[in-house]
Design a protein around this ligand. Sequence first.
Ligand code: PLP
Length: 385
Amino acid sequence: MADSIPLARPELAGREEELVLEVLRSGRLSLGPKLERFERDFASWLGSDDAVAVSSGTAGLHLAVRALGWGEGDEVLTTPLSFVASSNCLLYEGARPVFCDIDPVTLNIDPEAARAAAGRRTAGLLPVHIFGYPADLLALEAIADSLEVPILEDACQALGAVDAEGRAIGTAGHAASFAFYANKQLTTGEGGMLVPAGEEMSERLRSERNQGRSPDMSEIDHVGIGFNYRMTDIQAAIGIAQVERLDELLASRAEAAAAYTELLSQRLGAAPAGEGDPERLVLPCADRGDEQRSWFVYTVQLPADADRDAVIEALAAEGVQSKAYLPCIHTMPPYRERFGYSGGEFPVAEAVAARSLALPFFSQMTEGQVDRACTALAGALGSAS
Ligand SMILES: *Cc1c(COP(=O)(O)O)cnc(C)c1O
């Protein structure tokens, strides 16, 4: 049998190696020139005033939650269909995630549900641009403005996405966190980048990622309690090389996604969310208006009557990796125990989570590999549904 097709794989080249070697030979492994350069290069690619590198996307979210002052007694409106970090970052500071159901097409937080869940204790909104599709920021900004509370964007899956106003995700003026784990659009192995909401926040973030030191490090004095959330210069070196060809990396991902959509439409009669029979195989939604998805994963919703575990097994037997992705956060044990959820609270998100399946997806995926994955899926659905 041909080689197994992995779920994800980073694209690293000679340039990454070259820059990492420079760091190793320089002896400046942390808080050196590569860190500053990565921050500048990233901000300039994105079009933001500033960017603060951290050790992970989760660390970025945590620092942003603190900088926004969300803590004990505060409620933050967010989505249950996300990677658990977008909600855990609130728990770290004693704030409470108030989940709101999602839009069945974009799979992002439904602004109507958010409006209905807003209350006296609402201290902010934390939308996640899930699967790289931009959340409805305009509607969410209207809610935030009327409540006079800030927004924190979990942009960890959405580097390169654009919202309905034509703004690159992360440049709308809210704090936003990006992540660079090995399956993300840009990787540094582990790492993250925060776009601060203003200069004052930048200073606080730079201090808190570094044990609360004064930003210029001129004194030994620690001006506050901080963390070690620093990114090393080795990671930053990889990041610099990745930013250099980020446009190509994103374009390759978009091509692989287009190939999937074409083949699955032709062979299985599937349609993008919102366009076909929702009981059949559903593909990621097409871009609406000026919105642009940045392709992070290729996640389908299996036909309503399909046995997902059986499909995953059948795909594995053909050398095609796949994964149930994502489970809802509120149905996970720590959230059930702490908040008393029993399932059934967010029917749209739960129905999507029950059917969604991530297929192999990475920038270097060939048409042949996409074809193999689609053939295997067609076979699996033929026998498993
Ligand atoms: C990847 C991811 C994170 C966290 O990133 P790490 O770098 O792994 O800490 C947070 N939120 C979402 C939605 C993610 O996909």
